[in-house]
Design a protein around this ligand. Structure first.
Ligand code: ZN
Length: 494
């Protein structure tokens, strides 16, 4: 086939299990999801069912998408508070398409964030208004185009569409007013006194009976997906299809992250970040074109692979070139940051974080890091490396890794529950004795293994990274995943 147009739909916060053909048939709580527009795209698509993001926030995840690389290399690691911009050393996907003669278009509902981080490098035409974007399409002549569209309809506030012209939001206000009335008895707009959709949302989720709980918010989240699929998504597709040659178009649909358990300590806290839960990291990915047939690929993929898949299609424009695609490194890295003076993101249970003293330049820090292989997942919580005094660091780390390995071996040797409990207690006592504080979550996918070690000292982010890589390499080596240990180190270049 001849590819004229590549369209990327980045549906912010769309969970992997919320698109047809994934676990919606297995999970009863998703039975009331109806997404006919996504469904129609999937009839002629390759569906990658095992794809994970590198981040739980929009800018770092999109930076991985555009560069095909992870945060330590593309340098957008947190949100955009610290003036981080995309590394100039890496060619972006838009720059790649330009070099191949494509004109490049970006539409985003979060223009301020994308511009502040320089994420739109390589895009010639940039828009954040539906009406002007659709109007520009009417002037399009037939030529090669790369079109990136990032929509926030599924993001909080659920059911509210940022569309400036084409979507009616009265249902959002009606629903939230009625939810507030159900929860605390206040009735009508005048009693609540809020017209701003975002302030209204904040006041709703902070109600004592709601507190961002999954049971209250998940039904609204699903209602928002239903509205988006039949509303704004359909409008965007319809307008695009009027102005591009559909038969020569490949459409990618994915998200930057999902939505779900956002806090380690409060499992019902429903949002995204900073906790690296599977709800939030597992993302949908479909690649659709009228000449494609339905195909399922269940290999482990990273959001970085979307970048590589697009390039692969340009070099070899057949569905066969992507059907069997495999992540060349066979692992996915993810990290999240938390900021002490964070104006936008506060978790209900993070009071303890404020007890830690930070130097000015280290007001933000890595909150969690994770390596996922096809069969294993390893997550480091908080700041394990900060608790090793410099002269004892290496020795303590080695000792901790040995202990972790012993516990994981014990699990795989099928000890009975009492013996497992005994081993965990031994590990905790050992951690106390070593006076280190660390929480490691090691999963042989199941059963999970958890133990905590605590500590107190601060090091720079570069130092944290070095220790982190050392820790991962050692754990993977002990588990005889040698080639992956080396791949990880070279991929993250430490
Ligand atoms: Zn996002």
């Amino acid at each position: 086939m001849k590819i004229e147009t590549i369209v990327f739909f980045s549906i912010d916060s769309l969970r992997a299990d919320c698109i047809p053909g994934s676990s919606s048939t297995r999970n009863p709580s998703l039975r009331d999801l109806f997404t006919p527009t996504i469904h129609s795209l999937m009839q002629t698509a390759c569906h990658f069912t095992n794809t994970y993001s590198s981040a739980v926030f929009t800018p770092p995840a999109h930076a991985s998408l555009f560069t095909g690389d992870y945060q330590p290399n593309h340098r957008i690691r947190e949100f955009y508070y610290h003036g981080e911009t995309l590394s100039k050393r890496i060619t972006t996907l838009a720059e790649f398409f330009k070099s191949k003669g494509y004109s490049t278009h970006a539409y985003t509902d979060m223009l301020h964030v994308f511009q502040a981080t320089n994420l739109l490098r390589g895009f010639d035409h940039i828009s954040d208004k539906d009406s002007s974007f659709f109007h520009d399409m009417t002037k399009w002549k037939r030529s090669k185009r790369f079109i990136f569209i990032h929509l926030l309809d599924v993001h909080t506030p659920y059911l509210f569409s940022p569309s400036n012209a084409f979507v009616d939001n009265s249902d959002y206000f009606r629903r939230i007013y009625s939810e507030i009335e159900k929860s605390d008895g206040r009735t009508g707009r005048s009693a609540i006194g809020i017209d701003d959709p975002y302030r209204l949302w904040n006041s709703y989720v902070q109600l004592p009976s709601i507190r961002s709980s999954r049971s209250s918010l998940f039904p609204l989240y699903k209602a928002g997906i239903n509205k988006f699929d039949r509303g704004r998504f359909k409008i965007f597709l319809k307008n695009l299809h009027l102005h591009i040659a559909v038969e020569n178009t490949v459409t990618f649909l994915f998200s930057d992250h999902g939505e779900g358990q956002a806090s380690v300590r409060n499992p019902s806290f429903f949002r995204h970040g900073p906790h690296l839960s599977d709800d939030v990291l597992h993302i949908p990915l479909i690649i659709s074109s009228p000449s494609f047939h339905k195909y399922i690929n269940d290999k482990l993929l990273s959001i970085c692979d979307i970048h590589h898949l697009a390039k692969r299609l340009i070099n070899n424009p057949t569905q066969e070139s992507i059907n069997g695609y495999q992540n060349p490194n066979n692992f996915v890295y993810a990290e999240s940051f938390e900021c002490r003076k964070n104006a936008f993101f506060t978790t209900p249970n993070n009071a303890y974080l404020h007890e830690v003293r930070y130097r000015k330049k280290t007001d933000y820090y890595i909150y969690e890091r994770q390596i996922r292989t096809p069969t294993q997942k390893l997550t480091l919580w908080f700041k394990p490396e900060l608790f090793f005094s410099p002269h004892r660091r290496q020795r303590s780390l080695r000792a901790s890794i040995q202990t972790l390995h012993q516990i994981s071996s014990a699990y795989s040797a099928s000890f009975n529950p009492l013996q497992k409990l005994f081993l965990i207690i031994v590990a905790l006592c050992y951690a106390q004795w070593k006076k280190v504080w660390m929480k490691i979550f090691y999963q042989n996918l199941e059963p999970p293994i958890e133990f905590e070690i605590f500590n107190k000292q601060t090091h720079s982010i570069d130092e944290q990274n070095k220790i982190f890589i050392y820790l991962f390499r050692s754990i993977l080596k002990l588990n005889r995943i040698k080639h992956q240990a080396n791949d990880i180190a070279s991929m993250l270049r430490y």
